[in-house]
Ligand binder design. Structure first.
Ligand code: ATP
Length: 319
């Protein structure tokens, strides 16, 4: 393969820039031409495709977000939009495409593969909800950001002897909430994968109060309910003053952690190797520190395994 392109799509995630840099540099190192596509699949349709040099990815490894911009593209969901995208790539002689994003991005790539473009995915989302990799690019940074925020909230919770309810991102996944809750020492964690009864939570808080505990931290994944709803529900079972905090987009931005830069670099370079080996329709990943390639169709139909032992441990440690 002589010419490939790279794009970022879906929600941005810290470490995407490291992955773009790795795709560009690995391709050039191995004697290929490499192109960047701006604004996700929009750029393919609108022909916003530009040849990259080594220097074009200089000074980006440490930056959050994605310097190629990301977008959701409705037109790419149509046959006509995808035909145009494939034709634009063909016109430039580009045979392979690396897509950096979440599982929606993979589905788009799978469709493009049916039109003859070889595609490889690189998993990047703070939600860590993609099958075929132990961890996604952006997750580690977001987790550390959340824990840092909860530590700050804890200072106020302790000083004012209050219960705080903190809403964190993750879409349908409880990964961020669960691990942030454990790392920050939250008393209660609500995640979509487990049914936690509000009555039990109220009883635990009451038991804590009875033994002299003055404050409590509750972490709630956005996929379960909002912090506000949680506060209103809790008020039905226990008469305590609560404060809510919705962390919001602070969780998505910021300097990528060293782990995310290493992961982005490894998976970006590996995606190029997969294309060179003639692979297509697969997502690059890492499992037990081994690089892996998983079929898009498998990623689509399977849910990421949830580790119940983390949940049980957090309960044991927050008695
Ligand atoms: P995140 O998990 O961070 O939101 P994502 O990659 O899952 O990332 P989506 O918005 O689901 O984000 O998908 C990104 C883009 O991929 C969509 O805007 C659309 O252009 C394309 N896409 C998603 N699903 C399909 C599909 N079934 N067919 C064609 N294109 C798709």
């Amino acid at each position: 393969m002589r010419k490939i392109a790279v794009l970022t799509s879906g929600g941005d995630a810290p470490g995407m820039n490291a992955a773009i840099r790795a795709v560009v540099r690995k391709a050039i190192h191995d004697g290929m031409e490499v192109y960047s596509v701006k604004h996700g699949y929009n750029g393919l349709i609108n022909n916003d495709i530009n040849k990259m040099g080594l220097g074009d990815v200089g000074d980006i490894i440490h930056r959050g977000g994605t310097f190629l911009y990301s977008a959701r593209c409705e037109e790419f969901r149509t046959d006509e939009g995808r035909q145009r995208a494939a034709a634009n790539l063909k016109e430039l002689g580009i045979e392979g495409l690396v897509v950096i994003g979440g599982d929606g991005t993979y589905m788009g790539a799978a469709e493009l593969g049916r039109l003859g473009v070889k595609t490889v995915g690189v998993p990047a989302t703070i939600d860590n909800d993609i099958v075929g990799t132990d961890v996604t690019i952006g997750y580690d940074t977001a987790l550390n950001t959340i824990v840092d925020m909860i530590d700050r909230i804890r200072d106020t919770a302790t000083s004012h002897e209050r219960t705080f309810i903190i809403e964190v991102m993750g879409r349908d996944s409880g990964e961020l909430a669960l691990n942030a809750g454990l790392a920050a020492g939250a008393e209660t964690i609500f995640i979509p994968e487990r049914d936690t009864k509000m009555k039990d939570v109220a009883e635990r808080i009451q038991a804590g109060l009875d033994r002299g505990k003055k404050h409590s931290l509750i972490v709630v994944a956005e996929g379960v309910m909002s912090a506000e709803y949680c506060s209103n529900e809790l008020a039905k079972y226990i008469n305590i003053e609560t404060r809510i905090s919705v962390l919001g987009h602070i969780q998505r931005g910021g300097k990528p952690s060293a782990s995310d830069r290493v992961l982005g670099s490894r998976l970006g370079a590996y995606a190029v190797s997969l294309l060179q080996d003639g692979r297509s329709g697969v997502g690059a990943g890492i499992s037990k520190n081994e690089l892996t390639a998983t079929d898009f169709t498998y990623v689509r139909v399977h849910d990421k395994q949830y580790d119940n032992s983390i949940y049980l441990l957090s309960k044991e440690l927050s008695i």
